[in-house]
Design a protein around this ligand. Structure first.
Ligand code: ATP
Length: 287
């Protein structure tokens, strides 16, 4: 039986265009130099909007493979920081490096995505009229690699990738269901899957559990923790219970700077955090 399986497998591989002609295989994501164990270096970032400092000498270092949570009150600068990392906004000064060599501030949004940095916004933006599978396929197609411009059909490697992603996000059974019929949580997972098909190294995820049921929140915690390690995940979240359940290290932003960093326990006993969130500034700052 094993021999038959092996010969079927061999037969299938003979007909894989991307194995027969290696130039058809998906392009490997650019090498990221993480020899110092760090994947993201944000240094001295400043950005003002009409004189208001949204980012104020912000420094942030993210280790390769870690799952980092970013918290902070409304207006602390979390979204602006994500916008700068992904090339949506240009800072006034500072530097952002992906690994030791990729200067993100010299690249545009498309180049940054191509380097392997994926971003998920708070609201799911799946194509409701398309099936789960089609949504994943469409995400592959928007990945402008040579193979997609040459062939409109999915290669077996891409089929395998979609299958793998369906397993990771737990939507295999819903594969041929219209995305519009999914629950809110399932739509969020689908959107995470839409990022995963192109195999990103760094995922930036904005408020993944807003509006989810307790069960969906728990499943999302499992999903995000399972992604870390092989990938690096940065999560912006207001739900402190969720942050506690997933994060090893939490970074607190306040008025465009890092106020504190550490485990959830260290953060909650940090005097600066207490001062801002429980003290005199508490009126304007609610985590
Ligand atoms: N394009 C812009 N023009 C002017 N001000 C802006 C712009 N973008 C952000 N800001 C301001 O910069 C500050 C930081 O906003 P940002 O959205 O980064 O905060 P946040 O921490 O993500 O908050 P929230 O939790 O509410 O999403 C806010 O005071 C915001 O009003």
């Amino acid at each position: 039986m094993k021999a038959i399986d092996q010969s079927i497998q061999g037969f299938r591989e003979t007909f894989r265009r991307d194995l027969v002609w290696p130039f058809l295989a998906p392009e490997k994501i650019t090498n990221v130099d993480v020899s110092n164990q760090m994947i993201l270096y944000v240094e001295g970032l400043n950005l003002s909007f009409d004189g208001f400092k949204a980012l104020n000498d912000l420094n942030l270092y993210i280790k390769d493979g870690e799952l980092r949570c970013l918290i902070g009150a409304n207006g602390a600068g979390k979204t602006t920081l994500m916008d700068v990392i992904t090339g949506k906004t240009t800072p006034d000064s500072g530097s952002v490096f992906f690994g030791q060599t990729h200067n993100l501030l010299s690249k545009d949004e498309a180049d940054i995505a191509q380097l392997g940095i994926g971003r998920k916004f708070q609201k799911p933006t799946v194509f409701e009229e398309q099936t789960v599978f089609d949504n994943l396929e469409l995400s592959l197609k928007t990945d402008k690699r040579v193979i997609q411009t040459l062939f409109s059909r999915l290669s077996p490697t891409e089929m395998d990738r979609i299958d793998e992603v369906l397993n990771i996000i737990g939507l295999k059974e819903q594969c041929f269901m219209k995305a519009g019929a999914l629950s809110h949580g399932q739509k969020q997972w689908l959107e995470i899957g839409m990022l995963l098909v192109s195999d990103p190294r760094l995922l930036l995820i904005d408020e993944p559990v807003a509006g989810m049921t307790a069960q969906e929140t728990e499943r999302t915690a499992e999903l995000l923790t399972s992604l870390a390690g092989e990938r690096t995940v940065i999560v912006v979240e207001h739900d402190m219970e969720f942050v506690r359940s997933i994060a090893r290290t939490v970074t607190v932003l306040h008025q465009g700077s890092v106020l504190a960093e550490g485990s959830m326990d260290q953060i909650q006993s940090n005097q600066d955090v207490i001062q801002v969130y429980l003290g005199e500034d508490a009126m304007e700052a609610e985590l």
